[in-house]
Ligand binder design. Structure first.
Ligand code: ZN
Ligand code: ZN
Length: 372
């Protein structure tokens, strides 16, 4: 590092308390030897960000939201450059979670459920959903809704191809979430897959299932426009669950039997219950939609699970999903750019939230454009 580099100033969106947001400017410190500073180019707006804003997730305030960020290396410490093989200008995606890499869960590759419990990282309440950049990293407050992001030594960083447009690159994290769910369901060539919930991640799950060899994919949802869009992302058949009295029969009509794998991405307990009724005997049900900390789900214990030996497999976040996600986005296997329906400047975040919250104007995925 040169010590005479000009100070970086960053705009950032801060949620000081539940239900309020400020646009602030902050000075970005020089990275230490093992850290770097990322210039954020795009950050996707996720339904989770709205839940954070509303105070539903239990994260301590103040915070800077945003976990779907991509950008490039702005400044990098000497040790970080050597260890990571990165230099200024390299295009990257950074995983939000900061796993320890040492615990049993990390060593088996399930770093999304890292068991690190380091008191130096803050109160236990801050770590209900794992340790991550946006909540736990000194100095300052970090998150993707900002011009710059501090990236510490333990962060997992992925290189992005230089020709991948930033807007498409912004889908790296949601597609990684989709791939994790598909992997948890052990989707294999020839399998039949039902996805419940054609939100952005559900649409990407259909694509990820196809890319993992699924023979046929059925999308179950309630909004005709989203169901139609799912056919561009790998769904062979769609079922409107509000217009269909017996969804299981509709699945059998489409596939000739119930599905090998059902992936629930709707984020409501009723969809999780339904998932177990759409899977064949001995099949796999993946629960990937977040329903809220206090939600409970009920299954037909003997009827749906026991006597049919269903594997119920929760899938949390994106561990192991970034590599196939970047590969899929690079090859352009599906028209991923069609999912980015709206782009906003950071100053317009309030209107962006309004659009996403009320699902206005046919929004699928909205992104904040920090810089081109
Ligand atoms: Zn997200
Ligand atoms: Zn760990």
């Amino acid at each position: 590092m040169t010590t005479d580099a000009p100070a970086l100033g960053a705009r950032q969106v801060v949620f000081p308390t539940a239900g309020s947001m400020d646009l602030r400017s902050t000075e970005v410190p020089e990275p230490g030897a093992s850290d770097f500073v990322m210039r954020v180019r795009r950050v996707g707006i996720c339904a989770t960000d709205l839940h954070l804003f509303d105070g539903h997730i239990g994260d301590p305030f103040p915070l800077v939201p945003g976990h779907e960020f991509v950008g490039d290396v702005a400044r990098i410490g000497a040790d970080a450059a050597a260890a990571r093989g990165l230099e200024v200008g390299d295009r990257i995606a950074v995983e939000m979670l900061l796993p320890c890499g040492q615990c049993s869960r990390c060593r088996e590759g399930r770093y999304n459920i890292c068991e690190r419990d380091d008191p130096a990282l803050g109160p236990a309440a801050a770590r209900e959903y794992g340790v991550n950049i946006s909540r736990s990293v000194e100095p300052g407050l970090w998150g993707g809704y900002a011009d710059y992001l501090w990236v510490p030594a333990e962060a997992i960083v992925h290189r992005l191809p230089a020709d991948l447009p930033w807007d498409v690159a912004a889908l790296v994290e949601p597609l990684a979430v989709a791939f994790r769910a598909v992997h948890r369901g052990r989707v294999a060539p020839g399998d039949t897959v039902v996805v419940i919930g054609p939100g952005p991640v559900g649409l990407l799950m259909a694509a990820a299932a196809k890319l993992s060899g699924a023979a046929r994919v059925v999308m179950v949802g309630t909004r005709p426009s989203r169901l139609a869009l799912s056919t561009r992302f790998g769904a062979d058949t769609t079922i409107d669950s509000q217009a269909t009295t017996d969804v299981a029969s509709a699945v059998v009509a489409a596939l000739g039997s119930l599905a090998d794998v059902v992936i629930e991405a709707a984020g409501v307990p009723s969809a999780q219950t339904q998932a177990a009724t759409l899977v064949r005997r001995g099949g796999r049900v993946v629960l990937a939609g977040a329903c809220g900390w206090t939600a409970d789900v009920t299954f037909g214990s003997d009827r749906d699970l026991l006597t049919r030996e269903i594997d119920v497999l929760p899938s949390f976040l994106s561990a192991g999903g970034y590599e196939p996600s970047i590969e899929a986005l690079s090859t352009g296997a599906f028209p991923f750019d069609e999912l980015i329906t709206h782009r906003f400047e950071l100053e317009e975040v309030q209107s962006a939230f309004d659009l996403v919250r009320h699902k206005k104007d046919g929004v699928v995925k909205a992104v904040l454009v920090l810089s081109d």
